[in-house]
Write a protein that binds this ligand. Structure first.
Ligand code: 5GP
Ligand code: MN
Length: 342
């Protein structure tokens, strides 16, 4: 409750109770555990509170998150475009979760360009660039799922969190903190985790579905990637891994298979900056991770049309992958001093 201004929370409460029946909840494109967990968590609570709700994701999400869905699991805009448009048209309110820029709406961006419905944004990325009636943004919070919990608490709706919502929200927190290894030093995160466990979240099952639920091919792809496709730059405390579309095909790639690959080089002593480049849908998608102060989101924003958090960000480029990799290697010396400060 302390996190959010009480007047704003009262205003949201009055508005929800007086003017809202149909709610649509939308997370970012290529949704991850936090985007899906926060969305399903909020969906479940609002539904239990009597609202008509629907989660609409811009595109497909990894299968290991399927178990979180309720009887009304998320609709995928790229696959059921007309149905999604119809549901959005009927909505009284849109909740945008876990993104700070409308570019992250994927193909939904176009459809929502002319949107006049009230938007509530709940997010933990820096500098939100989204027009919203109500904006709940805090970059210090572990995950959007944690912020959703705060939002629910501020609205006096905690009693509506059942096991479905509790599992979804805890999934978001565990996914975005790498099982409490980063961005999880605040005691409030652990207070909320405790409450979610009381409400029926199954931490073992969540951990298992996030981290021990891969295909054999995915593990072999990881092995191949680390053994054959990793370059280290000890003088810049950096490492690079990359995969081409052909390699992904050889290993029967499915969405989500490469999630987490970028973290492995950071487990090498002395490496504080890791980059992962992969060919995806005709472009090169990039993930960056760092330890300590190195701001990967600034690096990504300056050179790779991206953004995100200081220690976890992403970007993309239309350059052929060889050129994108060459650009990355050529940029490192200019950041040598910053990287070596870590
Ligand atoms: P991941 O590497 O897991 O795809 O993304 C890590 C974080 O980087 C995400 O939480 C998101 O905030 C950010 N991110 C990833 N890709 C992009 C992108 O293309 N543009 C922007 N602005 N942020 C991104
Ligand atoms: Mn997040």
């Amino acid at each position: 409750m302390e996190r959010f201004n009480a007047d704003i929370c009262n205003a949201v409460n009055d508005w929800l109770r007086s003017a809202v029946k149909n709610v649509v909840i939308i997370p970012h494109v290529n949704p991850d555990g936090d985007a899906i967990g926060a969305s399903i968590g909020l969906n479940d609570v609002l539904r239990n509170a009597g609202f008509e709700t629907q989660v609409i994701v811009p595109n497909d999400y990894p299968a290991y998150l399927n178990w979180l869905g309720t009887e009304s699991s998320p609709l995928i805009y790229e696959q059921s475009t007309e149905q999604c448009q119809h549901i959005i048209d009927r909505a009284d309110a849109l909740f945008f979760l876990d993104f700070n820029d409308s570019k992250r709406l994927g193909k939904l961006e176009d459809y929502l360009k002319t949107n006049t419905k009230p938007v509530v944004l709940i997010d933990h990325h820096p500098d939100p660039q989204i027009q919203a009636e109500y904006l709940f943004s805090d970059t210090n919070v572990s995950s959007t799922a944690e912020l959703v919990y705060d939002f629910i608490e501020a609205l006096g709706m905690l009693d509506y969190i059942g096991p479905v919502g509790a599992n979804a929200l805890l999934t978001g927190i565990i996914a975005d903190t790498g099982s409490f290894s980063h961005n999880a030093s605040r005691h409030s995160t652990f207070r909320i985790v405790g409450e979610l466990i009381i409400k029926g979240a199954d931490k073992e099952k969540i951990n298992d579905s996030l981290f021990n639920n891969f295909s054999e091919k995915r593990i072999r792809l990881l092995g191949y990637c680390l053994s054959e496709k990793m370059e280290t730059f000890p003088q810049f405390k950096s490492a690079l891994i990359w995969l081409t579309a052909n390699e992904l095909k050889q290993y029967d790639f499915h969405p989500g298979d490469t999630e987490g690959f970028v973290n492995y080089p950071l487990s090498i002593k002395g490496i504080v900056f890791s980059a992962f480049f992969m060919e995806k849908n005709g472009i090169v998608k990039i993930s960056f991770r760092s330890k300590g102060n190195f701001a990967t989101n600034e690096f990504s924003g300056t050179h790779f049309n991206g953004g995100g958090h200081r220690n976890a960000s992403g970007g993309e480029t239309k350059l052929p992958i060889k050129e994108a990799l060459a650009l990355f290697r050529s940029l490192l010396p200019a950041y040598g001093q910053q990287l070596n400060k870590n």
